[in-house]
Design a protein around this ligand. Sequence first.
Ligand SMILES: Cc1cc2nc3c(=O)[nH]c(=O)nc-3n(C[C@H](O)[C@H](O)[C@H](O)COP(=O)(O)O)c2cc1C
Length: 325
Amino acid sequence: MNKSFWKELVEKWPIAALAPMDWFTDSAYRQIVKWVNSNVICFSEFFSADGLVHSKFLADSVLPHAKIEEPLIIQIFGKDPEMFAKAALVIEKYNITGIDINMWCPAKKVVKSWHGSGLMINVDTAYRIVEALTKATKLPISVKTRLGWENPENLIDFAKWLEAAGANLITVHWRTYKQAYSWTANWEPIYELKKQLKIPVIGNWDVRNYDDWMKKIGNLDWFMIGRASFGNPWCFLPGNYTPNLWEILDTLQKHWKLLIELKWRKWSLESRKHMVQYLHSFPGVKNYRKKLVLVENMTDVENVINEIRQDFKDFLDKKVEEIIL
Ligand SMILES: Cc1cc2nc3c(=O)[nH]c(=O)nc-3n(C[C@H](O)[C@H](O)[C@H](O)COP(=O)(O)O)c2cc1C
């Protein structure tokens, strides 16, 4: 892969990206999203640069992936430029397409030690991290950050600074570190940023689906969706696509199977959060949920899903909101 990866992709506008989400965008999740829309570019959960350098176990657990997930972007965090450079050499060995730097994370302990969002006010380190990665690897380097620390006034300077250090793409989540959740959407600073940079810009936050994004995209290059994809990988399809019951159950079953294959003993715990999302607004969901949290293997899962199929056999080609019992 080379540094022009992002620029070349932009020509296929508009491109959708799956947001990096800790405890969610693992290999199973990414495979499901790609299975629904093979054009989506997937970002991984975030991993510590130091962790990848020091733990072969971590690298061997999180970097191997299925071919369908490619091109795959791995997100890393940390604060030591040298560690980022070393982590890049580890990542390169696993057929990864690009490296994304987390300058987004607002968690107190992360920010306190100047990782994540903390890099927005520790701009020298931010620069040195991008520069070190750019020199260490041929992989394209991207940064995910926020509108700013307190307000958006430094966004353009900060992003230009990252661009000068060698960043090939920037994703901006349109809330600042200090903003409360009540803030209303203001895409203007990101549209303005796009005018000022040569590299592609992705906007992120509160996009419900492809069609919603097309209303907001303005002059931006891409859209990135996070939470709206929970139990709804169809959000990346145009036309306000809504799956029918058969598609939901089939996808849930596929997702479950992947979790069992990939997560060994942890799969059962991991699968609950996804299952709840897929069955959201299903009639009689409580009854099925009770059974699904007790499953111990794939046969148990298939039994419950087949029971749901049987209960709804007259509605399998209908959308959830069309079910009348
Ligand atoms: C459960 C969860 C975990 C997240 N983990 C990360 C992460 O590891 N790295 C990151 O840059 N952003 C992370 N985010 C933020 C998302 O990438 C995204 O910026 C945010 O959810 C806003 O987009 P949305 O409104 O489409 O969900 C996380 C968000 C959620 C909900």
